[in-house]
Design a protein around this ligand. Structure first.
Ligand code: ADP
Ligand SMILES: Nc1ccn([C@@H]2O[C@H](COP(=O)(O)O)[C@@H](O)[C@H]2O)c(=O)n1
Length: 201
């Protein structure tokens, strides 16, 4: 099994690149896992408390479960991926059944910041997009898809997203084998990445 990690700041285009890879290689060959699905379960907290959590710190994720899941996939076992609801900041009671496939793509803001995850990866990618473009995309997406207000996106960006990006996400770029500028529209980089993966499958 080949494991590809796709990291990058929020709104950089990681998910778009990951979907482009799956589309080119076929979903019979590639399992796609988002680190967002492994946000720690905070159902014991009140809605008010959940709004003020730092979701951009490495400790916000249950990486232990993600590593266990990668090991299961490597052994040919299917996994049950948690599903996460951004509008309530909670895990739902549903899971997604993911069978083992020849290639696994994991995408997430902090997957290269965690050594236990990096050690599982064969190819490490960082999607590098300017902060102004990322925040504009995030504003649109968080309001349209994640149940947020402009004020909440503004406050969260300045209090946690930006400082954590600078402290943890950006420095993790040094671990990347491949840096993709501008993400999802970079056809040449996506073709190069898929050709590289095809050599292994
Ligand atoms: N190259 C692009 N041009 C315009 N919009 C884009 C581009 N890449 C991604 N987007 C949009 O920006 C938002 C964030 O992209 P996404 O791939 O989900 O980023 P990430 O997973 O890094 O947060 C989405 O709404 C997506 O449709
Ligand atoms: N309850 C939550 C959990 C996470 N976030 C934000 O999601 C961002 C990561 O997702 P991307 O798809 O943008 O990579 C991260 O920056 C968290 O701030 C949230 O807002 N609420």
């Amino acid at each position: 099994m080949l494991v590809i990690g796709i990291a990058g700041g929020s709104g950089s285009g990681k998910t778009t690149v990951a979907h482009a890879v799956v589309n080119k290689l076929g979903d019979e060959n590639v399992a796609l896992i988002s680190q967002d699905s492994y946000y720690a379960d905070l159902s014991h907290l009140s809605p008010e408390q959940k709004q003020h959590i730092n979701y951009d710190h490495p400790d916000s994720f249950d990486n232990h479960l993600l590593v266990q899941h990668l090991k299961s996939l490597r052994e040919g076992q299917p996994i049950e991926v948690p599903t996460y609801d951004f509008s309530t900041h909670s895990r739902t009671n549903k899971t997604l059944h993911v069978p083992s496939k020849p290639v696994v793509v994991i995408e997430g803001i902090l997957i290269l910041a965690a050594p236990e995850l990096r050690n599982q990866m064969d190819i490490k990618v960082f999607v590098d997009t300017d902060p102004d473009v990322r925040i504009l995309r995030r504003v649109m997406r968080d309001i349209n898809e994640r149940g947020r207000t402009l004020e909440s996106v503004h406050e969260q960006y300045l209090t946690t997203v930006k400082p954590m990006h600078e402290a943890f996400v950006e420095p993790s770029k040094r671990y990347a084998d491949l840096i993709i500028p501008e993400g999802g529209q970079n056809e040449i980089a996506i073709d190069l990445l898929t050709s590289l993966i095809e050599r292994y499958i």
